[in-house]
Design a protein around this ligand. Structure first.
Ligand SMILES: Nc1ncnc2c1ncn2[C@@H]1O[C@H](COP(=O)(O)OP(=O)(O)O)[C@@H](O)[C@H]1O
Ligand SMILES: [Mg+2]
Length: 306
């Protein structure tokens, strides 16, 4: 792999630094090259390339907003012997502690970015009489599939958030549950829950927001110039979706939420929708890691259909 990496990165030097970082899905290692230090994620699964292409597109999109720090992506490389690697800027990181509030604020800035672009565009249209050059997104989805874990999410663009979330996020996960386990209880609960979802959105207007998409405590850190997030599974969706997994596995303290909600206050019905957004991740974990997540998935569905 190292010979191929040298060739693809056009570097004569390729020296392992000894820094490694294993996540839940891939292995990572840092190297010094002619062009600086890079962090290389390696995955030998056949779906690795698609997963890394989604991660690279996610980082590029977040980077463009200039709101929250992410590692700069460099390249996705297909390995000659199967699998793929993803090369990005190496960043010295430590656990998130003092910068929690700042992370909450930066994340809110990320979520508000598209809305601000939309407002800017409509002002320009009124004053100059022509459209802005800035890309403004008015749909839900993303231009490539992104993977929360290694399973690809259907990011096909759709106008309506409730339909997008019900069909493409929950529906896709429940389809996988059906294929793998044929779980009758899940199937029945889903047929009831589908009908209830629109009621949970009766009082909210959802503006497409660029999301990290997999924001649990293991995908955030702090570095010398502020908080940083990595390993995204980006798409344009409801900002509250981000708060689903953030709340499930811990890792975020009160000041993170104070920072975040100072810029994006909670709206009525938040807690119920948070459960609905957690459901996606429980189902996704069930599909990745097996039946240990069945109980939590069914419990949330039962709670929501009450
Ligand atoms: N750009 C980077 N520079 C240095 N270390 C990194 C970088 N990105 C990730 N890491 C380290 O690798 C670990 C796993 O990374 P992550 O991208 O979350 O992998 P996975 O997709 O397997 O979950 C992180 O917790 C962190 O310690
Ligand atoms: Mg990770």
């Amino acid at each position: 792999m190292e010979a191929q990496l040298k060739r693809e990165l056009e570097t004569s030097m390729l020296k392992a630094t000894g820094h490694s970082g294993a996540g839940c899905i891939s292995e990572g290692q840092s190297y010094d090259t002619d062009n600086g230090r890079v962090f290389v994620k390696i995955n030998h699964k056949s779906e690795a390339k698609r997963m890394f292409v989604g991660e690279m597109a996610s980082l590029e999109a977040i980077l463009q907003t200039n709101t929250v720090k992410v590692p700069k992506p460099v390249k996705v490389i297909d390995l000659d012997r199967g699998g793929a690697v993803f090369v990005m800027e190496h960043v010295d990181m430590r656990s998130l502690s003092k910068l929690s509030a700042q992370l909450g604020e930066h994340l809110a800035d990320l979520h508000l970015h598209n809305q601000k672009q939309r407002e800017k565009q409509s002002k320009e249209e009124q004053t100059v009489g022509k459209g802005s050059e800035v890309p403004v997104i008015d749909k839900f989805g993303f231009h490539v599939p992104t993977c929360c874990g290694y399973l690809p999410q259907n990011n096909d663009w759709q106008d309506d958030w409730v339909a997008f979330y019900a069909q493409q996020k929950l529906g896709q996960q429940l389809g996988m549950v059906e294929n793998s386990y044929g779980d009758r209880e899940a199937r029945e609960l889903w047929s009831h829950l589908q009908l209830k979802i629109p009621q949970l959105f009766a009082d909210v207007t959802v503006v497409p927001a660029l999301l990290h998409g997999d924001l649990w405590g293991g995908n955030v850190a702090e570095c010398s110039d502020g908080p940083i997030i990595f390993d995204p599974a980006t798409f344009y969706g409801h900002s509250e979706f981000e708060m689903g997994i953030a709340g499930m596995f811990g890792g975020f303290n009160k000041s993170f939420y104070t920072g975040y909600h100072g810029k994006i206050p909670k709206t009525p019905g938040f807690e119920k929708r948070q459960q609905l957004y957690e459901l996606f991740h429980y189902l996704n974990h069930w599909n990745h890691f097996g039946g240990g997540y069945r109980g939590s998935s069914l419990r949330i569905m039962k709670d929501l259909v009450k």
